[in-house]
Design a binder for this molecule. Structure first.
Ligand code: ACM
Length: 536
C-alpha cells in the first residue's frame, strides 16, 4: 500500500466503527469513465468487501445528508443494509469544496464521502458503483482508494427528440439510468416539432388531441417513401412528472424544449390561430417527412397568449429546471413575408426585416420565463436578437464559430456542435445504410474517438455545458437508439466532465473496453469496434 492510502486507512480507523471485514486482495484496477480529476488506488491489497452490502449506522440514516447519500448509493445500484448500531459509511459536507465536488476514501474498514453539497453525492455514488471489482476470492469488493473529483462543466447532457420517433416513459428511464452511470446530469427533452407535439398542456388540449398524431412516417433513407402507419403519442402530465422524478432520483435535471416560433407545424395544425392563417396556401398538417417547414407561429395575440400559458404549465412541470429551452432554430420567414397580418405587425412595431419578428418572440419568451424565475436557453440562432438578455444561455449547434461568438458576447453557452455531438450521424464510413443527411457535417463519420478529440476550446470561461443531440428521424426504436448512443455517450461524458483537460484516446480505449460487461448487463445494443451492433 502506498503512503497516501496507508495514512488514509489510519485516519479512518481512528474515527470509526470498523465493523467491516476486509476483502481479499483486489488485483484489478477500476476503469472509471469519466476519469476522476485525482485518484489513487491500492493494487493487490485488501479492499472493502461488498458481499454483505454497505452497513449504515443510525446517525447516518437519521441525518438528511446521510439519507441522501443512501438514496444516491442505492440509485447507483449499490446494496445498503438496514440500519445497525455500527456502520461502514461516513458522509460529510465540506463547505470549502465546490458544490459539485466530492472526495472519497475507501479502506478495508469503511467508505468515507465528503461533498461540497448533496448534489455531489450522485457522482460519488456512481464512482463507487463503477469501482466495484472482484477480490481474489471472487467476492465483490471496492479497492482501497482515494478520489478527489469535480466536474469541469455543470451541464453534461443528452438531447432526446421525442417528436420524430416517440420514446416511451420506460425507455426514457432506461436512458436516464445510463446517463447517470456516466455522470451526465441534464436531459434535454425535445418535446415538440413539426412531426408531433408530445407534452400534455391542460389549457390547450388540441395540442395532444390533434398535434400528437400523424398519418405516417417517411423512410429514413429515402424521404419520398412514407409508410401509412399512424403515429399517436404524447406524455401526460403524470408521465412528465414520473420522468422528472426518476431523473431527480439520479441527480439529473430535465430541461424541456418547446419550439418557438418555428418547427411549429404540429402546434399550428392543432390551433390554426397560432399560425399565419392569411398566408397563401395555409393548410397546416402534422408532418410525415423530415426537414424545415414553413409553418411558424404568427405575430398575433393568440400566439403571444399561447406562449404565456404553455410556458407557465411547463415551468410548473419542471420545477428544478434553471433554464427552459425555447428552440429558436431554423425559422423560415416565408409566411411572415406573405401574411398581411404579419406585415401589419411589422409596420406597427417599426420593423424593417421579418427576422425581427423572431427577435420579438425571443424577447417575449425571456420575459415570460423571467416571471417564473427561469432563464431562457435557445439554439444559437437566438443570438440574432438585438439586446438578447445577458442571462440567456446559447446552445451552440451550428459549429464552434457560433460558440465563440456567443462567448464574445458574454453569454453562457452549451456546446453541441453538429460536427461532433450529433449522435444521429453515422459512426463509420462503411455503415451499410446511410441516413439521408449523411455528410452534412463535412466529416464522413463521428465515432467515439472523434467525439473525444474534437476541438471544443472557447476562449474565456463562458462554456457551462456540453451535450450530444440524438435527432430521431433515423432512430425508429430503442435498439437503434442504443446503437447510436453507446459507446459515444462515454466519450461525451469524459469530455464534458474533464473539459479543457488533455485527452488520451489510447488510454481511454482501455477504459471503454472495460465497460462491456456493464453494457451487457443492461442488454444494450451497443456499437462494437467492428461496426457491428451487439444484438443484431
Ligand atoms: C438543430 O439541429 N436544428 C438545432
Amino acid at each position: 500500500m502506498n503512503n497516501v492510502l496507508r495514512s488514509l486507512c489510519a485516519g479512518l480507523c481512528t474515527v470509526s466503527l470498523a465493523c467491516a471485514l476486509p476483502s481479499q486482495p483486489v488485483t484489478e484496477q477500476p476503469a472509471l469513465i469519466p476519469a476522476p480529476i485525482q485518484y489513487e488506488w491500492a493494487v493487490n491489497q485488501p479492499g472493502f468487501l461488498l458481499s454483505n452490502g454497505i452497513k449504515v449506522d443510525s446517525a447516518t440514516s437519521h441525518s438528511e445528508l446521510g439519507r441522501a447519500a443512501i438514496r444516491a448509493l442505492m440509485a447507483a445500484g449499490l446494496e445498503i443494509q438496514p440500519e445497525e448500531t455500527e456502520g461502514d459509511l461516513q458522509v460529510q459536507l465540506q463547505a470549502n469544496q465546490a458544490p459539485a465536488a466530492y472526495s472519497l476514501k475507501v479502506t478495508p474498514l469503511g467508505i468515507s464521502i465528503e461533498v461540497g453539497s448533496a448534489e455531489a453525492l450522485h457522482a460519488a455514488a456512481q464512482t463507487l458503483a463503477q469501482a466495484v471489482l472482484k477480490d481474489a476470492a471472487g467476492q465483490p469488493a471496492l479497492p482501497a482508494m482515494w478520489v478527489k473529483d469535480a466536474p469541469q462543466l455543470e451541464h453534461r447532457g443528452i438531447m432526446l427528440d421525442t417528436s420524430r420517433h416517440p420514446i416511451s416513459v420506460a425507455d426514457t428511464k432506461r436512458i436516464l439510468n445510463l446517463m447517470a452511470r456516466y455522470k451526465l446530469n441534464r436531459l434535454h427533452w425535445h418535446l415538440c416539432d413539426d412531426q408531433g407535439w408530445r407534452i400534455e398542456i391542460k389549457k390547450y388540449p388540441l395540442l395532444t388531441e390533434i398535434g400528437s398524431k400523424r398519418k405516417g412516417t417517411a423512410c429514413w433513407i429515402k424521404q419520398t417513401e412514407v409508410d401509412n402507419k399512424p403515429v399517436e403519442f404524447y406524455y401526460t402530465q403524470d408521465d412528465i412528472r414520473e420522468v422528472v422524478a426518476h431523473a431527480h432520483s439520479l441527480g439529473i435535471i430535465v430541461i424541456p424544449e418547446i419550439e418557438i416560433p418555428g418547427h411549429a407545424s404540429a402546434a399550428v395544425t392543432a390551433y390554426p390561430q397560432l399560425g399565419n392563417q392569411d398566408s397563401p396556401g395555409f393548410a397546416p398538417e402534422v408532418v410525415t417527412g423530415w426537414g424545415v417547414f414553413t409553418h411558424v407561429m404568427g405575430p398575433n395575440a393568440f400566439a403571444f397568449q399561447f406562449i404565456e400559458d404553455v410556458l407557465a404549465e411547463v415551468c410548473a412541470l419542471f420545477p428544478r429546471a434553471p433554464y427552459i429551452h425555447i428552440g429558436g432554430d431554423e425559422v423560415p420567414r416565408d409566411q411572415w413575408q406573405q401574411s398581411p397580418a404579419a406585415q401589419a405587425f411589422m409596420q406597427q412595431h417599426g420593423m424593417t426585416r421579418e427576422s425581427q419578428i423572431q427577435d420579438y418572440f425571443t424577447h417575449l419568451c425571456a420575459q415570460v420565463l423571467r416571471k417564473h424565475g427561469r432563464r431562457m436557453v435557445g439554439w444559437d440562432e437566438i443570438m440574432c436578437a438585438p439586446q438578447l438578455p445577458q442571462d440567456a444561455v446559447v446552445m451552440a449547434w451550428r459549429g464552434m464559430d457560433h460558440a465563440r461568438i456567443a462567448a464574445r458576447r458574454d453569454h453562457e453557452l452549451i456546446l453541441c456542435p453538429i460536427h461532433a455531438f450529433y449522435f444521429n450521424f453515422p459512426q463509420s464510413t462503411n455503415e451499410e445504410v446511410k441516413p439521408f443527411y449523411s455528410g452534412l457535417t463535412g466529416f464522413d463519420h463521428i465515432d467515439w474517438k472523434h467525439v473525444l478529440t474534437f476541438d471544443t476550446s472557447v476562449p474565456g470561461n463562458k462554456v457551462i455545458g456540453m451535450q450530444a443531440n440524438l435527432w430521431s428521424e433515423c432512430i425508429p426504436d430503442m435498439k437503434k437508439l442504443e446503437y447510436m448512443l453507446v459507446p459515444r455517450i462515454c466519450a461525451l461524458a469524459e469530455k464534458a466532465w474533464r473539459y479543457g483537460l488533455p485527452v488520451f484516446p489510447d488510454e481511454f480505449a482501455h477504459r471503454l473496453e472495460a465497460q462491456t460487461p456493464y453494457f451487457d448487463s443492461l442488454q444494450l445494443n451497443f456499437r462494437q469496434e467492428d461496426n457491428a451492433p451487439r444484438r443484431p
